[in-house]
Design a binder for this molecule. Structure first.
Ligand SMILES: Nc1ncnc2c1ncn2[C@@H]1O[C@H](COP(=O)(O)OP(=O)(O)O)[C@@H](O)[C@H]1O
Ligand SMILES: [Mg+2]
Length: 364
């Protein structure tokens, strides 16, 4: 089926003009589609959902529809534009479902393209980082009151750090590829972090912390910005929306945005936490959440930064020891470089914790 055929399966009006594949995402296949309606150009996003990552696309779409519905009602209450600030999924003509299944059994969805918007794969500009923080903070805020427990768990134990550690322990025990000896130092470092990194999960398990709706992929290229004004618009990529801790979203965003180098840079001397970027994101995010966070949530925000960094290191190292089966690798040892990079970041986070706490305190 062509993209034009896929578009014809959804309840969208106008005449199909053409499409362009977007390369910014790395999970789904994404196309920007141009239509003409009443002489005006209308843009849509058509995406093939990655079935390897999301085993139950219906569940993913059910979460997205309910979450965007809740956000939309809060945006309307505020008198803001729903076209700008929240994703809208169109229904399929034949089924009225927010997805279409093609002949090959693949799932497609169609969103309104956020008009005149752009996304950034990496962010150097502190203003953009602050506005990204505020967009993710608003996302949290608009979902306050939504029963997180009612969401489908589309990827079980996604941020269960303790389970990620169990997988590492098992892989080390197994040592199927005889790789453990070569990463002894990394394993030791991660084991030394284990107790601290798993604390967040412990608080969730014992119910000391509210379960929130979390985005779980708080990268800057998942926020759309107005091309002209630079204003942050809708938060995109809601595939991984699930119940979690607010510190998961905050921590993972900082881990990604504030690293002074790329996530897989093998030169670990270049890895550190950029405190200015930390401050910018924190200011945006926390300012939106003022008055909504519990005491423990405030106290565990920076623990989240550490935990998310260590968790990813654990996942990279587990994958290396288990034969590089999960993450795509570009060369042998790619996963070790990634793990070392995240370990170096975690070490720097420990060093800068005092500074981070002082900044957080200022905005909380
Ligand atoms: N509704 C939308 N409006 C504008 N751009 C979008 C929209 N949805 C996705 N995009 C663009 O497509 C990219 C990939 O989409 P995304 O949903 O993030 O997929 P992936 O899961 O592959 O990262 C985004 O980074 C953004 O640039
Ligand atoms: Mg994305």
């Amino acid at each position: 089926m062509t993209i034009k055929d896929i578009c014809a399966s959804f309840r969208i009006d106008g005449r199909y003009v053409g499409c362009e594949e977007l390369s910014t995402g790395n999970i789904n296949c994404t196309y920007q589609v141009k239509f003409i309606r009443d002489g005006e150009e209308k843009n849509y996003i058509v995406q093939k959902i990655n079935k390897t990552v999301f085993k139950e696309p219906e569940m993913v779409m059910d979460n997205i529809v309910r979450v965007t519905h809740h956000i939309r009602s809060n945006i309307i209450k505020k008198g803001l534009s729903t076209q700008k600030f929240v994703l809208r999924a169109f229904l399929a003509k034949d089924t009225d479902e927010p997805f279409f299944i093609d002949d090959a059994g693949d799932y497609w969805r169609c969103y309104r393209f956020i008009a005149n918007s752009i996304t950034y794969d990496s962010c150097e500009d502190l203003g953009i980082i602050e506005r990204a923080g505020s967009a993710f903070g608003k996302f949290q805020k608009y979902l306050d009151g939504f029963d997180a427990n009612s969401l489908n768990i589309t990827i079980p134990d996604f941020h269960n750090t303790a389970k990620r550690y169990s997988a590492l322990h098992a892989a080390v025990q197994d040592d199927k590829y005889k790789r453990v000896k070569s990463v002894k130092e990394e394993i030791d470092k991660l084991y030394a972090f284990e107790l601290e990194a798993c604390k967040l999960q412990k608080y969730l398990d014992e119910g000391s912390m509210p379960l929130r709706v979390t985005h779980n992929d708080t990268k800057c290229n998942n926020v759309s910005f107005d091309k002209t004004t630079g204003e942050a618009l809708a938060v995109l990529d809601l595939d991984t929306v699930m119940p979690g801790a607010v510190a998961h979203d905050f921590g993972d965003a900082i881990r990604f945005i504030a690293n002074t180098t790329l996530e897989d840079d093998p030169n670990v001397e270049d890895v550190s936490l950029d405190i200015d970027k930390y401050q910018a994101f924190t200011k945006g995010f926390i300012t939106e959440l003022k008055g909504t966070l519990t005491e423990l949530e405030k106290q565990t925000m920076n623990l989240g930064v550490f935990a998310m960094t260590v968790e990813l290191a654990v996942r990279f190292l587990t994958d290396y020891i288990s034969g590089d089966k999960y993450f795509k690798t570009k060369y042998p040892g790619h996963n070790v470089d990634r793990a070392r990079n995240q370990i170096a970041l975690a070490e720097d986070i420990i060093k800068k914790r005092g500074q981070m706490d002082a900044i957080l305190e200022k905005y909380i």
